[in-house]
Ligand binder design. Structure first.
Ligand SMILES: [Zn+2]
Ligand SMILES: [Zn+2]
Length: 260
């Protein structure tokens, strides 16, 4: 019996109860997993294989496409539709990259009643984001203007589709990356949106730095960071929602060029 008592009083780590130790370890592992996952999401647009259900539609498009003569593009990203290097790249909200003309042809030749399903992952494409190279941004060609026009056309129709909170979370890495990119790009955005995003970022920094926390770091160690993460996550989600309205606003601005 005394042996049992001794066992019960000895924790895995001296001075810390087993429960606290296990919860903390579990939480750290969870954070690392989340970080690794998020990093691979945020990293860059993904190019992947075609989803089996999109195979027929994509094969049909491949036969339509004219072979491309110039292979001047420096990017190594490959378009999963034409299997050539990406030209006038468009990124879907699910983070998949295609040539502008490929994804537009996929939309226009398919029998879609609403927004298209991503050829890669079948997720509903509610927004198409420009992912042009620096070179392409400078260019002024008919092909490029056609892509830009069709993108606005697409976004005007579908960026307002009702979305679940889970879909917002899934799209967060891609949308957030474009939001921050546009914030510092020449293309810019309307002052009101820019100001709102700056306010969000400022709040995030202030909250991280301020000693006023919902759960103080000092008291419970690593668990105290949880509330900071939640706040940062909510702010990122809010920024991605603002950015969606930026894109929608851009699309409709070209419809009524004289309205502000
Ligand atoms: Zn392509
Ligand atoms: Zn996708």
């Amino acid at each position: 019996m005394p042996e049992l008592n001794l066992k019960a009083s000895t924790g895995l780590v001296e001075g810390v109860s087993n429960e606290v130790f296990l919860i903390t370890t579990g939480f750290v592992v969870f954070l690392i997993t989340l970080f690794v996952k998020f990093k691979s999401w945020v990293g860059s647009p993904r190019t992947a294989l075609i989803h089996p259900e999109s195979e027929t539609a994509v094969t049909a498009i491949r036969q339509r496409l004219e072979p491309r003569s110039s292979a001047s593009r420096d990017s190594t990203a490959q378009c999963p539709v034409c299997l050539d290097s990406v030209q006038y790249g468009l990124e879907t909200n699910c983070g998949h990259l295609f040539c502008g003309s490929c994804i537009i042809t996929y939309w226009q030749t398919g029998r879609w009643l609403g927004p298209i399903a991503c050829p890669n992952c079948r997720q509903t494409v509610t927004i198409l984001l420009n992912s042009f190279t620096a070179e392409e941004l400078q260019e002024d060609s008919e092909a490029k203007n056609r892509v830009l026009q069709e993108v606005r056309n697409y976004n005007r129709r579908f960026s307002g589709e009702p979305r679940t909170i889970w879909e917002y979370i899934q799209d967060l890495p891609t949308i957030f990356r474009h939001a921050i990119g546009d914030l510092f790009s020449e293309e810019g955005m309307v002052f009101v949106f820019r100001a709102r995003i700056y306010i969000c970022l400022t709040i995030a920094v202030l909250y991280l730095l301020s000693p006023l926390d919902i759960i103080p770091e000092m008291a419970v160690g690593i668990l105290g960071l949880l509330d900071d993460l939640v706040i940062l996550f909510l702010l990122a989600l809010y920024i991605s929602m603002i950015y969606r309205s930026v894109v929608a606003q851009r699309a409709s601005a070209t419809l009524n060029p004289h309205e502000d």
